[in-house]
Design a protein around this ligand. Structure first.
Ligand code: B12
Ligand code: SF4
Length: 253
């Protein structure tokens, strides 16, 4: 299937302040899973490429995707919905899937207030893989864990998907991302999220709700290989670890 992932056009205050854009690790990681299944993937990182809504529509015409995956944070949700509306105007039969931190908590309200067909809650790698498999075979979505979707006008919420235990098994398809555009202070820049989840519950933080109470990590060796790869393949000079709780295991650090 032709799958297009879109990071909607949105100007974030943090991005303006830092003057940097960071690789979309979520899209990269899901793309790896999807490529392994033989799907064709395109990623449109609008803020990084400086693209607006009409650029998205033009690109869609070129790629003619069967499934579109859109990511959204709470502040970018409005822009994400504008993209969905434009897609549905152009190609109503295109399946529109939305994921990311905002809709993981706001699945019902998203489906009630927008043209999104399916919300993926939480980690997307295996859920997107299973979802596309079902769509390809024309099967019912009722068995796909971790999604909320509309069926004959009724919103259905399937059970949660268990968190991914083996993070070493995940890879990022960097070749699908505009790596040369990710720069920080003039240097080639990359980010790594080498662990997920947190056993604590600071009141201001969504980490354990989003990624679970159990801390899961990639092995130190695996992270080392990733760092080496980023340096050798992309000339990266600046790597930022964005784990919510990077220092949980001192020996690993
Ligand atoms: C790196 C990062 C950034 C970077 C780059 C973001 C990027 N390009 O990915 C920068 C610094 C630019 C940034 C900016 C902002 N960020 Co930020 N960021 C993060 C951080 C630390 C890591 C994201 C990451 O790479 N995770 C690893 C990957 C693998 O996970 P993921 O991106 O979440 O994707 C997975 C799932 O969410 C899901 N998924 C995500 N999208 C989709 C789409 C589809 C179709 C599907 C099926 C699944 C799916 O599947 C993926 C694979 O499992 C997270 C915290 C965190 N721990 O996640 C905050 C976080 C995402 N940011 C947050 C916020 C608020 C912002 C800003 C609004 C800040 C601001 N005030 O300007 C801006 C908004 C940017 C935007 N365009 O919307 C919040 C979002 C909360 C919310 N309510 O939405 C988070 C969760 C931090 C927090 N706990 O508060 N951010
Ligand atoms: S990730 Fe950090 S801030 Fe969030 S709950 Fe855990 S310890 Fe607290």
């Amino acid at each position: 299937m032709n799958i297009l992932f879109i990071n909607p056009p949105y100007k974030s205050k943090i991005q303006e302040f830092l003057g940097a854009h960071a690789p979309l690790l979520g899209f990269g990681s899901m793309s790896h899973q999807m490529e392994r299944e033989g799907h064709r993937i395109e990623i449109l990182d609008c803020p990084t490429l400086g693209l607006n809504l009409s650029d998205v529509v033009k690109f869609m015409g070129k790629v003619d995707p069967d499934v579109i995956g859109i990511t959204s944070t709470t502040p970018s949700f409005g822009e994400a919905c504008k993209v969905v509306r434009a897609i549905k105007n152009l190609k109503p039969e295109c399946m529109v899937v939305m994921g990311g931190p905002h809709v993981s908590f706001e699945d019902y309200s998203t489906l009630k207030s927008s043209y999104v067909d399916v919300v993926v809650r939480g980690e997307g790698e295996l859920t997107m893989r299973d979802l596309v498999k079902c769509l390809e075979k024309g099967e019912s979505l009722s068995k796909v864990l971790g999604i909320t979707y509309r069926e004959k006008g009724v919103i259905r919420r399937n059970p949660d998907r268990p968190f991914i235990e083996d993070l070493d098994a995940l890879f990022v398809s960097y070749h699908k991302l505009p790596m040369s555009r990710y720069r920080f202070e003039g240097l080639n820049y990359a980010t790594i999220v080498s662990s997920r989840g947190c056993p604590y519950g600071c009141v201001f933080c969504s980490s354990s709700l989003l990624h679970g109470k159990k801390w899961r990590c990639q092995s130190a060796e695996r992270v080392g290989r990733e760092v080496r790869f980023l340096i050798d393949e992309y000339g990266v000079k600046h790597i930022e670890f964005l784990d919510d709780l990077f220092t949980f295991n001192n020996k690993r650090v």
